[in-house]
Design a protein around this ligand. Structure first.
Ligand SMILES: [Zn+2]
Length: 77
């Protein structure tokens, strides 16, 4: 695993690695988010999906979820 300087917590530590997210967002997380913060987001996103009644199968809802992902991880939009 490669160490990253994390955009969310500011620590330099093990990166999130491959997240399965597509395109630029997936790459940005791989390069700028640590494994700990990624794990936190995976737990949090379940609550986000429930709270906003998102249906990740729908493109429109996926886009919203990606926006929340960026916000949580302190990535640029
Ligand atoms: Zn972090």
């Amino acid at each position: 695993m490669v160490d990253v300087s994390c955009a969310r917590c500011g620590n330099t530590r093990e990166g999130a690695g491959k997240t399965g997210l597509p395109g630029a967002l997936g790459e940005e997380i791989e390069q700028r988010v640590c494994a700990e913060c990624w794990k936190e987001w995976l737990a949090t996103q379940i609550r986000v999906i429930n709270h906003y009644s998102l249906r990740p199968a729908l493109r429109e809802d996926r886009e919203k979820l990606y926006a929340y992902t960026r916000e949580f991880l302190n990535l640029s939009t």
